[in-house]
Write a protein that binds this ligand. Structure first.
Ligand SMILES: Cc1ncc(COP(=O)(O)O)c(C=O)c1O
Length: 396
């Protein structure tokens, strides 16, 4: 009897998911029939959106939308080729220059997604003799990049400098290869921040290179929204970000030394073997970068709304988390079923949040991930808190 490659698709987890879909309790693939603003239209009615990464509220900004439309008018709907061949536009250069002006650094490369940046960095740099050190809660793109790399991977305990130090020491005693430490600066589910200064010190001490993933920090933290590295005055060897959050578009970028990025230009497979981002995405991202730098009120507003939401949830007795300054406010629930029930009740009463269940989070660590935008008003958050109160009592 030979095995069938499809056999693994008959998985109890899938059956559970399909049962949840049939019962209307699956918190995934919900259609939003409007722009991703502070409220969205779902099932024909407005709901308060607390499940978006549109932190600066720029996806519906007229200047950003117009820049996307103008880019389509000028360059068409797609580039139909990789950046290496026919897919590099003047917009790429302008965007790379705008990112360097904002964030500093020697050289910048725009990728088609942020996911591809992390795959690319790890698979291009971590060779057979090398080690990559990853936080146990790192984004999937870093973990997947480590799988693609030919070197080995050591996971250290989430945000534990001691754990990193222990693994780094043990590795250095038996290897003369190169080391890369890669961390998210703001963790996407928990909304907590990495101790980047201590991590940078360890990298210096052990001759390791440091990659920071600023996906959830850009636009929100640091001077002019330049991220947690800028806020803490560290200089990572490599800095990546995405356009799919504060920058209201789609795509990613990497900043690093020119000597390294010139190698990436001809050797980084997730950069080379995929089509370049569409002109609309590039045009919108460029406009969003310019606005993000200029409009300080947006980061002040997003941080104020996150503080209001976090405090309000704590006052209601929820276990709300996330570090001060982070736009992400997780509500820790624990049990998957309870989380799905609360998620559904919130939606029924007019609030959309993201539901993170195992295996996206560790077993028994289910949470509702909420996040806010600069364009939420105090009233939106107060209304959402009222709904949390109602939904909580409907569970009890
Ligand atoms: C921390 C982090 N890194 C990287 C990515 C990937 O970014 P993109 O959406 O541009 O592929 C994400 C997006 O989910 C993220 O949260």
């Amino acid at each position: 009897m030979t095995g069938d490659i499809f056999a693994k698709c008959s998985n109890p987890r899938k059956e559970l998911y399909l049962d949840a879909v049939a019962a209307g309790y699956a918190p995934f693939f919900k259609e939003m029939a409007s722009e991703s603003g502070p409220t969205v239209v779902h099932n024909g009615r407005p709901v308060i959106m607390l499940g978006s990464n549109n932190y600066l509220g720029l996806t519906s900004d007229e200047r950003v939308k117009k820049a996307g439309v103008d880019a389509v008018e000028r360059f068409g709907s797609g580039v139909t080729g990789s950046r290496l061949m026919n897919g590099t536009l003047p917009l790429h250069r302008e965007l790379e220059e705008a990112l360097l002006d904002w964030l500093g650094g020697d050289d910048c490369l725009v990728f088609t997604t942020g996911y591809a940046v992390n795959l690319g960095v790890l698979s291009t740099l971590v060779g057979p003799d090398d080690e990559v050190f990853l936080d146990s809660s790192c984004h999937a793109s870093l973990a997947d990049g480590a799988k693609m790399a030919s070197g080995s991977t050591a996971f250290f305990r989430h945000n534990s400098v001691d754990s990193l130090l222990k693994r780094m020491r043990a590795w250095r005693q038996q290897s003369e290869g190169g080391a890369l430490v890669a961390v998210d600066t703001v963790y996407s589910m928990e909304g907590d921040m990495a101790p980047v200064r201590q991590i940078a010190d360890i990298c210096d001490e052990y001759g390791a290179r440091l990659l920071v993933d600023e996906a959830h920090a850009l636009g929100v933290l640091g001077p002019k929204g330049a991220g947690l590295a800028a806020e803490t005055s560290i200089q990572p060897d490599l800095l990546m970000g995405t356009f799919s959050k504060s920058l209201a578009s789609c795509g990613g970028f990497l900043i690093g030394p020119r000597s390294v990025l010139d190698w990436f230009r001809i050797a980084c497979r997730p950069f080379l073997f995929t089509a370049s981002g569409v002109p609309a995405a590039l045009g919108a991202a460029l406009a969003a970068v310019r606005i993000a730098v200029e409009e300080d009120w947006r980061r002040e507003a997003v941080q104020a709304r996150a503080t209001q939401l976090r405090q309000g949830l704590l006052d209601l007795g929820f276990q709300a988390g996330g570090d001060p300054g982070s736009p992400i406010v997780p509500v820790h629930i624990g049990d998957d079923l309870q989380a799905a029930l609360l998620w559904r009740s919130l939606l029924d009463h007019g609030v959309y949040v993201n539901c993170a269940l195992a295996p996206a989070v560790s077993p028994k660590r289910a949470l509702l991930r909420t996040s806010v935008m600069a364009t939420h008003t105090e009233r939106h958050i107060d209304d959402a808190l009222d709904v949390f109160e109602v939904a909580r009592s409907s569970l009890a």
